[in-house]
Ligand binder design. Structure first.
Ligand code: SAM
Length: 361
């Protein structure tokens, strides 16, 4: 490396006698031994894994000592504001003695919003069982699900604002009164083997929907022609909305060579639609495919857009594939009533726990 292009006073870090770090590179003199290089490599690894902690600690110190002046550190032009805020928050959640040397900052980030003893329990297990970050994230999700359910063991499934049923949607929808539902808003499974399910859904919907009521079905692109073909046998096709799912976590559809950033929401009507004008694009927040309550869960923000657009306060909404209950959660939050069906007991248990929490609020 050419020494002359780096101002020698700008050294950032002395890694050893012969290895110095500058903003744009390392300067290693010819005298550097192999061990010195190894040692420098180890130090760099440590630095990489520690910067987030250091930055967080610095921001917390500056806030405590200098009050609002600390926000100068968060200068948006220089660094990513939200990254710094997260670093500050995570550091504030773990005093030095509770930070684990053997685990990364990201492991700590995953449990930062839990109670301290819960954090310790999960960090202990991560250390003992050698969890990587992905495994940690999955285990934390399971832990939160169990916690929510445990807090609502007696979560009621029947209430004046909602009702939940376990079973096949065909059998359960059979129990509902004809023309009793204002809108069905749902997100069934998308794989090929489920194509016939869409026809059954349209058939059942044609009975339980009020005249002019809407069936709003989120689905994949892959089998769209077959799905449409079957559904229009029973209901009138009205439109397709685009449900945008922006962000780097969007799925890659290998067989079609597509990176997908939206999914179709099919809109069918029983008879003639007499409601409000509808915008045909909805957006889930970036990378917010919310899997906390169900492995295929949708975000509350995205589902809220659909519920608001297609129903009015007081309306009765049905989701016959309710999963972790996201449609129900936003339905209640927005003053609607809700019926949820799922064939999985665990899904209804989770939905009951979430809805119970909302009723208590
Ligand atoms: C894509 S998930 C729904 C996720 C939900 N939107 C959420 O945000 O949590 C589809 C659900 O349909 C349920 N399901 C699949 N086939 C069913 C059937 N025949 N009857 C009732 N539920 C069914 C599955 O158990 C699963 O929970």
């Amino acid at each position: 490396m050419n020494n002359s292009i780096i101002p020698i006073n700008d050294v950032v870090l002395v890694l050893s006698d012969n290895v110095r770090a500058y903003k744009t590179g390392l300067i290693i003199t010819n005298g550097a031994t192999f061990e010195e290089c190894q040692d420098a490599d180890e130090k760099l690894n440590k630095i990489e894994g520690s910067v987030q902690w250091w930055r967080g600690d610095l921001l917390n110190f500056a806030e405590q000592k200098y009050g609002q002046m600390y926000s100068q550190f968060l200068d948006e032009d220089k660094r990513n504001y939200s990254t710094l805020r997260i670093q500050k928050w995570v550091a504030s959640k773990f005093e030095l003695l509770r930070r684990r040397n053997n685990l990364s900052w990201s492991h700590h980030y995953e449990v930062a919003d839990l109670e301290p003893e819960e954090q310790d329990e999960l960090l202990d297990r991560a250390e003992d069982e050698g969890w990587n970050r992905n495994k940690m994230r999955k285990q934390v999700r399971l832990f939160k699900q169990h916690k929510l359910i445990a807090a609502n063991v007696e979560a009621t499934r029947e209430n004046e604002r909602y009702s939940l049923m376990v079973g096949d949607f065909m059998d359960e929808m059979e129990q509902l009164d004809s023309e009793s539902i204002a809108a069905i808003i749902t997100d069934p499974p998308y794989e090929e083997k489920y194509i016939p399910l869409y026809e059954d859904l349209a058939k059942m919907a044609a009975r339980v929907l009020k005249p002019g009521g809407s069936l709003i079905v989120m689905t994949g692109q892959y089998h769209l022609p077959q799905v449409l073909e079957r559904m229009i046998l029973y209901l009138d096709y009205q439109w397709t909305l685009a449900y945008l799912t922006p962000g780097g976590q969007s799925p890659q559809i290998w067989a079609r060579k597509v990176n997908t950033f939206w999914k179709p929401v099919l809109w069918f009507v029983k008879g003639r639609y007499e409601g409000n004008w509808i915008g045909d694009v909805c957006t889930s927040p970036t990378n917010m495919n919310d899997k906390r309550f169900h492995e295929w869960g949708q975000s509350e923000e995205g589902m809220a857009e659909l519920v608001e657009r297609f129903t009015l306060p007081g309306d009765l909404i049905l989701d016959p594939f309710c999963g972790g209950g996201t449609t129900g959660v936003v339905a209640l939050q927005l003053g609607r009533r809700f019926i949820g069906i799922d064939e999985k007991e665990a899904a209804i248990e989770m939905t009951a726990a979430r809805l119970c929490n909302i009723i208590k609020e």
